[in-house]
Design a protein around this ligand. Structure first.
Ligand code: SF4
Length: 361
């Protein structure tokens, strides 16, 4: 069991702040004046950007570099964000898709998305020093998969095929897990109502889309079991709720995040589904002035793996080109923090004595 799950603070969404609270309080009359003058109004979502799991994974890699230098390998991207990955690549960290690329005895960090037991086994066989930066909320889903599989359930995992997190979770009980993405997939499932079934979800799904699939599952399998606490994480939920609130009054939505970031894509799709032109960009360099030619109000947010610096660069772009005035709209405060894994603190530089195993499960 992951001890961080026991020691972490309450992984809850935090306190709700009633209504919208502009950070740099701007009176309604001022907004009116701005709009009359043709100034752009930017609604900046809060919460946005880094979640506790991403923060912890990045802190882990920074701390590992500080302790043993940059000769560190990371299995897949540490988080799905180009800016973050480029920063570490620039420091000398290597991101690999196969453990064959890691020299025997080398240092390997598992990313925030988690890995399957098979990857852990290969890492042990190559005597790698491993640091597990899996987000504890992803580990929670792994543990649920193991528990249900041990109890003889067939597990329906709602998620996106090929996503690192889904691959890792399915690897916990490959014989027992069936992946579905849509309600149509549910209709094609081979199980009957008499089968022992449970469902789990990827942590970064669209809450609305996942609920549609869950409804389809419950309709077809009224007795299906599920974990007491849902798997879509607090950060995903909060960022989606904030976007839902802001796009009601926005002409354009900008989401800072990488194309392969699941939770960032969901934010962009939410805006588009509500008829608001929505763009997912890695940074200000990808913004096009024509996107804003008709826009008086622009909503800006960032996926859970996008750093604040790219948000600030985007705001600078809008201020410079459109005289934008910024109002931070606080839906909810977040106070979640995850501790770094203990094995990080016993790393030894490559070439020095390698411990038999530093892995935690
Ligand atoms: Fe963890 Fe959620 Fe962040 Fe993923 S998005 S790393 S599950 S807190």
């Amino acid at each position: 069991m992951d001890l961080r799950l026991l020691s972490r603070p309450q992984a809850v969404a935090g306190s709700t702040v009633p209504g919208r609270i502009p950070a740099d309080v701007i009176a309604a009359s001022e907004w009116k004046e701005d709009l009359q003058e043709g100034l752009m109004k930017v609604l900046l979502a809060s919460p946005r950007g880094f979640c506790a799991g991403v923060n912890m994974a990045i802190e882990c890699l920074d701390e590992a570099i500080r302790r043993v230098g940059p000769e560190i390998y990371v299995y897949h991207e540490i988080v799905h964000n180009k800016y973050v990955v480029d920063r570490f690549t620039g420091q000398g960290v290597k991101f690999v898709n196969s453990l064959e690329e890691v020299p025997v005895g080398g240092i390997l960090l598992f990313s925030a998305h988690g890995v399957s037991p098979e990857i852990r086994r290969i890492a042990r066989s190559r005597k790698l020093q491993t640091v597990d930066a899996t987000c504890p909320l992803v580990t929670k889903v792994h543990l649920e998969a193991i528990r249900y599989a041990n109890q003889g359930y067939n597990i329906i995992l709602i998620g996106h095929e090929g996503h690192d997190e889904v691959i890792g979770t399915m690897g916990e009980a490959p014989e027992s897990i069936t992946l579905v993405e849509t309600s149509d997939d549910v209709n094609r499932l081979p199980f009957t109502q008499d089968d022992k079934l449970a469902y789990l979800t990827q942590t970064t799904l669209s809450v609305e889309e996942a609920n549609a699939v869950i409804q389809a599952l419950r309709k077809r399998y009224p007795n299906i079991d599920s974990p007491r606490k849902e798997d879509i994480c607090y950060a995903t939920t909060n960022r989606q709720e904030a976007v839902k609130m802001l796009v009601e009054s926005a002409d354009v939505l900008i989401v800072l995040g990488s194309q392969n970031s699941s939770n960032s894509r969901r934010l962009m799709e939410m805006g588009a589904a509500r008829g608001v032109p929505s763009y997912l960009v890695d940074g200000a360099g990808e913004l096009k002035r024509e996107w804003f030619s008709e826009a008086q109000t622009v909503a800006v947010t960032a996926g859970a793996s996008a750093p604040e610096i790219v948000v600030q660069e985007c705001l600078e772009f809008l201020k410079t080109h459109f005289n934008a005035r910024i109002s931070e709209e606080v839906l909810r405060e977040e106070h979640v923090h995850f501790a770094m894994p203990r094995e990080l603190f016993s790393l030894q530089a490559p070439g020095s004595q390698v411990p038999a195993s530093t892995e935690q499960t």
